[in-house]
Design a protein around this ligand. Structure first.
Ligand code: DHB
Ligand code: FE
Length: 287
């Protein structure tokens, strides 16, 4: 049967893709951010997941405001990397990377049975929300020797009404059930990308809330995950900024780990990242 090894969070800001392309990992501006990754590389090298489920939010590439699925799951043989022009995406990343459609369909089947309404995507272009984390965790992706097959899952954090944190958590729980019922002996890792607090436009552009970010990073490990779902969507925007809604992806990942608590193997928090936000990197195992 399939097994869930753990969950990993990371910011996905496009400037990171640019920093990687220009090999700025040891640059004084970027080093404190990239220092969060070597321990995760070691863990991935030791555990070698077969499939990565990358929970991200499409930013207007695969979907747009005219048609915005609340939850979409990739079911393709491969995913085109067509980032929308933030720069620095090397052409060798396209096509990127191989999918795992048999597991995708098993998950979609199980979750629809569980009464989640899923948009299944047999074709999906992926943006920085998906690609940057892959580059961070598997340097040289998709040519990293341990590159797992990938399944993108996108949640709407862009076009209100967005799902509640409770819905995101329950999505993760249902995803967990579906993965664990997959009959093949494969190892799966789940990513929650995006966040933490950030706002890119409007009067509060540049808004960062360190206290709120650190509270979320602490509670996602040590409190029953239901506690964080008490934060309403309006409160989330107030506390984390307009794009801080990306914390929804962290809750989806957390739901997939199950249990009341998880084990934190490493974490790193860095502000500001790209001048606009708080970057939280965490490696969590099911307790
Ligand atoms: C930035 C952050 C994001 O989450 C994103 O999707 C685009 C840009 C930023 O902070 O620059
Ligand atoms: Fe984003």
């Amino acid at each position: 049967m399939a097994k869930i090894l753990g969950g990993i969070t990371t910011s996905h800001i496009p400037a990171v893709g640019n920093a990687i392309a220009n090999e700025l990992q040891d640059d004084p501006y970027w080093k404190p951010f990239f220092d969060g990754y070597p321990k995760i590389h070691e863990w991935l090298a030791d555990n070698k997941p077969d499939v990565v489920i990358n929970i991200y939010n499409d930013h207007g590439l695969g979907f747009f405001l005219d048609k915005m699925p609340t939850f979409a799951i990739g079911a393709a043989h491969e995913y085109r990397n067509e980032d929308e022009g933030w720069g620095g995406i090397p052409p060798q990343l396209d096509p990127f990377p191989p999918g795992a459609p048999e597991l995708s369909w098993h998950i979609i089947e199980g979750m629809v049975e569980d009464e989640f309404d899923i948009t299944s995507c047999q074709e999906l272009a992926v943006d920085h929300g998906f690609v940057v984390p892959m580059q961070l965790f598997w340097p040289g992706a998709p040519h990293h020797p341990d590159m797992p097959r990938a399944i993108p899952i996108s949640a709407n954090t862009v076009q209100h009404p967005i799902p509640t944190l409770n819905r995101a958590l329950n999505f993760g729980k249902s995803l967990r059930k579906a993965i664990l019922s997959f009959p093949e002996d494969i190892k799966v890792v789940v990513l929650g990308t995006g966040g933490l607090s950030h706002q890119l436009d409007g009067e509060r552009a540049g808004f960062i809330n360190k206290e709120f970010d650190l509270m979320c990073m602490e509670k996602i490990v040590s409190a029953p995950p239901e506690e964080l779902t008490k934060i309403s969507r309006h409160e989330l925007v107030r506390q984390a900024g307009a794009q801080g809604t990306e914390f929804l992806m962290w809750m989806m990942m957390r739901g997939a780990l199950g249990g009341d608590q998880v084990t934190e193997l490493t974490q790193n928090y860095h502000i500001p990242i790209s001048n606009t936000g708080g970057a939280g990197t965490m490696l969590l195992e099911c307790a």
